[in-house]
Design a protein around this ligand. Structure first.
Ligand code: SF4
Ligand code: SF4
Ligand code: SF4
Length: 444
């Protein structure tokens, strides 16, 4: 069982205990043992403590590191700010022996020494690199399929790259991968790497802090169902500040989810267990959309081979070469997949387009995923028939097949051509068999 010392910093326990709750619940479900760190202080927060002087900054951080070293496990940090501070100091003390000696001289009066035997790790780093996506997926019982999440990594999860190396500081991938491990789509968006602006509050510039938060929220509200992050300061900007913006009339409504909350929900913990009622921006709409998407996709899964449908990457081959598209441009086989996945099963079944596929297999042969659309259309036609829908000619043919077991009766023209009497139809026997099939289907 992996063991870590949990470093929560100041803001999580003081203002957002629900972040601690979800972190503990999720990590324990994933089999991690978390140890507390008695005697820990502020990490220290760069924007507030660094101006007191470099040595005060190093000693405060090194004291926390030395305490963790005594406890004997790597530090796991679920807060960007604390992570960036402690990781920077950890690396600086490793590469600068003179600085380490000066710091240790001061620490010795508290009977402490920092040797560099443990590592500082971000929650995202631990989840992605150590616990791993396959293990997280094993614990997902209610995925976020079809939900769009805007990942806000936040500057201090990734920077400065002189001491933080676990992901690219400008084009990170790991946090997005963790969001997608839960079934959600981590969207690309222009302001993705924009700082939340939280530190401008410490400079007494709340309007400027609001302006930066607004830029991202305005884009996210149009493109995603929620924003996810791992930083209490960023959370304050996007949740608490958004609340103030809403109070003064701005209609943004972007639910802000701390990443372990998202994992916890997908693992089956309830919003109450996760303490989500402590958010200023209500996530109820997000939760209800997720619930109905989940139920819809469950129904869809019973009818279609969803993993195969999801393999479509919209290359367009099935549209460009479909013979029906050439004469009926409003028929778009590929668009139907998107509509099915986005919740429009009923509307698709009702549309005349599903009857247009002539079952030529062109799309199947050209599809790089060997999916093609025939099977999808077959299923859609079946569902439509069950609802009593379908073109008149088709309904007449089905009726004849049900009655006679074939789609046409031999006529007297055969005699004119001196053809022999046709063999008798086995329609009656087939009818009985089809009744058994129908009975079995109804039992399922
Ligand atoms: S986005 Fe803002 S609060 Fe979050 S880590 Fe960056 S500067 Fe800090
Ligand atoms: S099988 Fe249907 S959808 Fe595919 S190319 Fe032929 S007509 Fe078009
Ligand atoms: S050819 Fe296959 S992968 Fe390409 S758009 Fe059509 S179904 Fe999707």
């Amino acid at each position: 069982m992996p063991e870590y010392t949990l470093f929560l910093g100041c803001i999580i326990p003081a203002r957002f205990p629900f972040m601690e709750k979800s972190t503990r619940l999720v990590l324990s479900r994933l089999g991690c043992v978390l140890h507390d760190l008695p005697g820990a202080t502020c990490c220290p927060t760069k924007s507030i403590v660094k101006p007191l002087g470099d040595m005060a900054w190093y000693v405060t951080a090194a004291r926390n590191l030395a305490l963790a070293e005594k406890a004997g496990h790597d530090l796991l940090i679920p807060c960007n700010g604390c992570y960036s501070t402690l990781k920077s100091v950890e690396v600086e003390l490793r590469v600068n022996p003179l600085l380490r000696e000066q710091v240790n001289n001061i620490l010795s009066s508290a009977d402490l020494e920092y040797k560099g035997t443990i590592e500082v790790k971000h929650l995202v780093e631990v989840l992605h690199d150590e616990i791993g996506i396959p293990k997280i997926k094993q614990h997902i019982i209610k995925p976020f399929d079809g939900m769009k999440i805007a990942a806000h990594a936040g500057c201090h999860m990734l920077r400065p790259s002189s001491s933080i190396f676990f992901d690219d500081p400008n084009k990170p991938k790991k946090f997005d991968a963790l969001i997608e491990a839960l079934g959600a789509k981590s969207i690309e968006y222009e302001t993705k790497m924009l700082c939340c602006g939280g530190n401008l509050n410490a400079a007494d510039e709340p309007d400027e802090a609001t302006a930066l938060a607004r830029m991202k929220l305005l884009e996210v509200t149009k493109k995603a169902d929620a924003i996810s992050l791992t930083c209490p300061s960023c959370f304050m900007q996007y949740d608490s500040r958004q609340y103030l913006m809403q109070k003064s009339g701005e209609k943004l409504h972007v639910p802000v989810l701390y990443y372990p909350e998202l994992v916890g929900l997908a693992m089956g913990f309830t919003p109450d267990e996760l303490g989500m009622d402590m958010h200023r921006i209500d996530a109820a709409e997000f939760l209800s959309k997720w619930d109905s998407r989940y139920k819809y996709l469950k129904t869809l899964k019973e009818v279609f081979d969803l993993p195969s449908i999801r393999k479509c990457y919209e290359c367009g081959a099935c549209v460009n070469d479909c013979p029906v598209v050439k004469i009926t441009p409003e028929f778009n086989p590929n668009e139907i997949i998107g509509r099915l996945l986005s919740g429009e099963l009923e509307a698709v079944i009702d549309s005349h387009n599903i009857w247009r596929c002539v079952d030529c297999y062109t799309c199947y042969e050209l599809c790089p995923q060997k999916m093609g659309m025939n099977k999808v259309f077959d299923k859609l036609k079946q569902l439509a028939l069950e609802k009593g829908k379908g073109p008149k000619g088709f309904a007449a043919s089905i009726e004849m097949f049900r009655k006679e077991g074939r789609l046409g009766e031999p006529t007297s023209v055969r005699k004119k051509l001196k053809l022999p009497e046709p063999p008798k139809s086995g329609g009656e026997e087939l009818k009985k068999l089809l009744l058994i099939v129908k009975g079995e289907e109804n039992e399922v």
